[in-house]
Design a protein around this ligand. Structure first.
Ligand SMILES: Nc1ncnc2c1ncn2[C@@H]1O[C@H](COP(=O)(O)OP(=O)(O)OP(=O)(O)O)[C@@H](O)[C@H]1O
Length: 251
């Protein structure tokens, strides 16, 4: 279980440009749950994800994974448990390296297995089997540089790479924002499957209302650095797109 306890993050404190990006926010994500986070631009969603991922530190409050404070852990420790997929398909993978080498790098999170499998044909076979499940034919292109693939193909592979390590938490930071509608749907379908099959605790940030309603079992809204709505599965199922659009109406 991931818990944010009374987290506050202020940028540029004491200056004219001071922003309270996250304000005294408490959030509890049960293990294996899939939560969707929506909110207007600047409401604090990315800051919240950055605080969980450890790219920034909170001014106040705790981030607990299975009751253990993780904020000050070094990156390599935290990345054993937390994976993140970004909006830009170019982020998170190495463009000039082949698909296979990117999988090798992803597997580095679980060093002993990588050392055993990294150099031999068994590793390549296991990657090919995984990649085949995407149904994109990329298992025949493992030697191709990541940079030559489409955004949708890269996002699909990036998601799959998260399963190379035993991560608990998957942070999806607008993973389909740069994709066309068909690729977006395909990539979200893959994300959903990976979350279920690996029993991951997932947090998806999206501006796509249809996506926000289709995926996950809980829907929360942030505004001015605070969580102002929290819908459980039942409440979420009853929501229509127009309801969610109306949450943004006062702008
Ligand atoms: N590094 C930073 N330095 C200063 N201010 C920042 C920084 N990062 C975020 N902010 C500010 O904090 C507030 C919250 O930003 P954040 O990026 O978390 O919002 P968001 O909900 O993710 O927005 P969007 O939907 O546009 O991605 C905004 O006012 C933003 O300008």
């Amino acid at each position: 279980m991931l818990q944010l306890q009374r987290i506050t993050k202020v940028f540029n404190p004491g200056k004219a440009t001071e922003v309270i990006a996250v304000q005294d926010t408490t959030l509890r994500l049960e293990a294996g749950s899939f939560t969707v986070l929506v909110g207007a631009n600047g409401s604090g969603k990315s800051t919240l994800l950055n605080l969980i991922a450890g790219s920034i530190y909170a001014d106040r409050g705790k981030v607990l994974l299975n009751d253990r404070e993780i904020q000050r852990l070094p990156d390599y420790r935290r990345s054993q448990w937390i994976a993140r997929v970004f909006q830009n398909p170019l982020t998170g993978t190495a463009s000039s390296l082949s698909i296979l080498d990117n999988f090798r790098m992803a597997a580095l999170r679980r060093v002993p297995k990588w050392l055993k499998l990294g150099a031999d044909a068994a590793f390549k076979r296991s990657v090919a089997e995984k990649v085949e499940t995407l149904g994109m034919g990329l298992e025949h292109k493992l030697a191709q540089p990541m940079g030559t693939l489409s955004g949708g193909q890269r996002q699909a592979l990036t998601l799959l790479m998260t399963t190379m390590a035993d991560v608990d938490i998957l942070l999806l930071d607008e993973p389909t924002a740069a994709l066309d509608p068909r690729s977006a749907r395909e990539v979200m379908g893959i994300a959903d499957r990976i979350v279920r099959e690996n029993n991951l605790t997932a947090l998806l940030v999206t501006h796509n209302i249809a996506e926000a309603l289709r995926y996950g079992t809980r829907l929360i809204q942030m505004e001015n650095g605070k969580i102002i709505r929290d819908c459980d599965q039942q409440a979420k199922l009853a929501l229509k797109q127009t309801d969610v659009v109306s949450w943004f109406d006062y702008y």
